[in-house]
Write a protein that binds this ligand. Structure first.
Ligand code: SF4
Length: 470
């Protein structure tokens, strides 16, 4: 068992027993479900919209080479410097160098999961720069020195009281439970940082190949300020963020808002086409776009799971996943949690070390059903399990399945097994939970149902012969 797997199991055990924590998550997600269903109804035909979105992403991902070249050419034509990075190391080095070349000290950043993926903040801080998250949820988890809890709601595990306590401790504010006052406290602290920052860093929700533009969608206006105030801008994005045409946003913007947060459309939607052009009065003087591969090409080369690159990071699959709802976001120990994280993390960080995530699923299919771009998530979890066991077969498992196969295929052996189980099950209570308990991993959290004293087959034979005797 890998150390990541052990950590996952230990943490899951702690979180699932923390009823307060689970209550917070369940309440937040129930509210989300109600809002999402209302907004979904406004689509008229949500299933057709999903199909159209899946086909658009299929086109973008299957012709990624062409669309990426088109996107980069258009961006460069307006003076943006495009950087191609195969690895996380390269992306971090390029960004740190840009900041160092500018002799910058303070960096303001809007939410970007790709930056979490490459641990960009740690690299910038190690290089001696101050980094401030401008998204409220991200700012809160940054003050707590924690990673985001959820792709869309980074601080969903915290109450107003938790946030008030944090602001008192870190920002010296007065206690308050009012959301508006808490927001104002963060706003006052952040506004100073926008002014001080020499560099702004954003992510990208969509990259429009046709026009060479980056689409950013957010609810707080913080990404706009991040892009508007500093003289140098850096956008870090995964190469899968492509959409072929500008008109595709007409579907993807409301779809992302609906699936992600139960909104008709997100508060602020902005398109960026590069640095300030001659004659323009505002905007950054210099813009860098860092295109990150970081194993995405490996996913692209996999015809079975390529569609996981269609993901628009709406977080909807996390919200409906019974595992996420019980173990919470931090337990995964990954940048991308929930079903999509369980599918792609083994590709991004190693199948054997992260295969446990694909095992931590009920395979109920709720994720696949909810995904707005129709990614076949639960089948991909099964494929990861199969690939992991083919790559490194587990001798114990193989022996156990072979033995079960032999017994299940032989009516005589099945009958003997049943009789033995009936005979010995009453003794189980004497070893229950001890080292001698053969079912300990199961009985640690569940009851063992008694073996029926009469099987259906026995019942049927008895009734059939009684009927025939009449
Ligand atoms: S896999 Fe689908 S549901 Fe999950 S985050 Fe990505 S787009 Fe959203």
């Amino acid at each position: 068992m890998s150390s990541h797997s052990q950590e996952f199991l230990q943490q899951a055990d702690v979180v699932t027993k923390d009823l307060r924590h689970r209550g917070l998550i369940q309440t937040a997600l129930r509210k989300y479900e109600v809002a999402r269903d209302k907004k979904k109804a406004a689509f008229g035909d949500w299933q057709s919209a999903r199909q159209a979105a899946a086909e658009t992403k299929w086109e973008a991902i299957n012709h990624m080479d062409q669309y990426l070249a088109e996107f980069a050419d258009k961006l460069e034509a307006r003076g943006t410097k495009v950087h191609w990075c195969s690895t996380a190391d390269q992306a971090r080095d390029i960004i740190v160098k840009i900041i160092a070349d500018k002799k910058a000290r303070c960096v303001i950043k809007s939410k970007a999961m790709t930056a979490e993926e490459i641990h960009l903040n740690a690299a910038m801080e190690k290089a001696g720069f101050e980094v401030v998250e401008s998204d409220l949820g991200e700012y809160i988890v940054q003050l707590r020195k924690e990673p985001p809890y959820h792709i869309v709601f980074p601080a969903m595990h915290l109450t107003r009281d938790d946030i008030s306590d944090l602001f008192q401790k870190e920002l010296g504010s007065a206690p308050t439970r009012e959301p508006e006052e808490l927001t104002m406290i963060a706003r006052r602290a952040l506004r100073k940082k926008y002014i001080e920052a020499d560099i702004g860093i954003t992510g990208a929700n969509f990259a429009i190949a046709e026009t060479g533009m980056i689409s950013l969608t957010e609810n707080e206006g913080n990404a706009r300020l991040t892009a508007a105030l500093p003289k140098t801008m850096i956008t870090l994005m995964g190469i899968e963020k492509l959409l072929p045409k500008m008109e595709d946003l007409a579907l993807f913007l409301p779809m992302l808002a609906t699936a992600g947060a139960g909104q008709t459309v997100t508060g602020y939607n902005t398109l960026y086409g590069g640095p300030k052009q001659p004659g323009e009065v505002d905007g950054p003087e210099e813009w860098h776009v860092v295109l990150l591969d970081n194993q995405r090409s490996i996913l692209l080369a996999d015809p079975e799971q390529r569609d996981s690159l269609h993901c628009i990071r709406c977080g909807a699959c996390l919200n409906v996943c019974p595992i996420f709802r019980n173990v919470g976001g931090h337990t995964y120990g990954t940048t991308y949690s929930g079903p999509i994280g369980s599918v792609i993390t083994p590709h991004l960080r190693g199948l054997q070390s992260w295969k446990h995530l694909s095992g931590s699923s009920s395979l109920c299919g709720a994720c696949t059903e909810t995904c707005p771009v129709k990614i076949d998530l639960h089948h991909h979890l099964l494929q990861n399990r199969r690939n992991a066991s083919q790559e490194e077969p587990n001798a114990m498992e193989q022996t156990a399945y072979k033995a079960f196969g032999m017994v299940a295929n032989s009516p005589g052996m099945w009958q003997v097994g049943k009789e033995l189980a009936r005979m010995f099950q009453p003794l189980h209570k004497f070893v229950l939970g001890s080292k001698l308990d053969p079912a300990k991993p199961w009985t640690a959290t569940r009851d063992v149902q008694p073996v029926a004293q009469e099987s259906f087959k026995e019942w049927w034979q008895k009734h059939k012969s009684a009927k025939q005797a009449k």
